[in-house]
Design a binder for this molecule. Structure first.
Ligand code: ZN
Length: 316
């Protein structure tokens, strides 16, 4: 029965079966894959782009180390991954989001480590947009990552949103969602706090990065590899009805945004919550504002610090 014609039919069937098998394998992989833009927070020469500082840790370095490993792990899982910065370079938050848009990212994930003025705060937290589908996606993705980080021993402070005076408070989120890209900030832990620091040092940064990669991968699997599209969220500067922290910017040239007295030369007299005071030159004050510029409302952060800590930072 083995005629030439039968052999041809048989081989045709085998080839077709093989092609279908390869194609469906490819589709399974494709269906679970996403384009992810990772944003290692901060960056830039010396301490100017350091983000949080707590010797021997510089936040920008921790962020970069973690993001690099998350990239490798997600790529190994079949995802396409980009990073907003390669190396220790300074980038604006708008530039980072524009880059995510340029690579057609499904998600923008900004990698950070936290610190607090009194070193008494601890726990992992994720920030996301307050608006529409961005919030839904950010909550699901954020909770997936937090469930992995708590597995390492960190306390979860949850997925949070914060309104600023022109949309979302945090710049990377505001810019990310303005391009229609669901965006989150992962604050892994407070690197200046004994509780968090003990976990970070005993588990090691690779364990934190692995937690991120698993959390992100699980979220993408949960939506079948197709991250829901969300409309761009854009506010004109200062138009969010509810206002926000520091919505009333200083119109008095002799006061800072939050009302610290400023003399004609720009020297600012700062008083902290415990009554400690310090006087900063205009240059020092601007330098301090620069440290928290990424938040979109630097003075709001600055005013949570002690006068003594700020004096140290200003002289660094
Ligand atoms: Zn940061």
């Amino acid at each position: 029965m083995s005629t030439l014609k039968n052999r041809k039919v048989l081989w045709g069937a085998v080839r077709m079966f093989a092609a279908v098998a390869v194609m469906s394998l490819f589709m399974v992989v494709r269906a679970q894959a996403a384009i992810i833009c990772l944003d290692p927070g901060h960056g830039g020469a010396g301490t100017s782009g350091a983000g949080a500082l707590y010797p021997p840790y510089m936040e920008k370095q921790l962020n970069y180390a973690v993001a690099s490993q998350v990239k490798s792990e997600l790529e190994a899982a079949g995802h396409t991954v980009y990073m907003t910065r390669n190396g220790d370079v300074s980038l604006g938050l708008d530039q980072r989001a524009a880059y995510a848009k340029s690579v057609n990212a499904d998600l923008l994930i900004s990698i950070h480590f936290n610190s607090s003025g009194a070193h008494d705060k601890f726990g992992s937290e994720v920030w996301t947009s307050m608006f529409g589908g961005h919030r839904t996606t950010g909550y699901a993705l954020g909770n997936s990552v937090l469930s992995q980080l708590t597995g390492l021993g960190f306390a979860s402070k949850g997925v949070k949103t914060k309104l600023g005076n022109s949309g979302d408070y945090y710049g990377i989120i505001r810019h990310g969602v303005s391009f229609g890209i669901p965006t989150i900030i992962i604050e892994h832990c407070f690197m200046d706090n004994p509780i968090d620091r003990a976990i970070m040092e005993s588990k090691g940064l690779p364990a934190l990065a692995h937690a991120d990669a698993v959390g992100i991968g699980n979220y993408i699997s949960s939506v079948g590899g197709v991250v829901p599209k969300s409309d761009p969220v854009v506010f004109a500067e200062g138009t969010t009805a509810a206002g926000g922290a520091g919505a009333a910017a200083a119109s008095d040239p002799f006061k800072t945004k939050y009302g610290f007295p400023k003399d004609a030369s720009g020297n600012v007299t700062y008083t902290d919550g415990s009554g400690g005071t310090a006087v900063f030159t205009a240059a020092e004050w601007n330098k301090l504002l620069g440290l928290w510029n990424y938040t979109g409302d630097p003075e709001a952060f600055l005013k949570q610090q002690s006068a003594a800590d700020l004096k140290t930072l200003a002289s660094r």
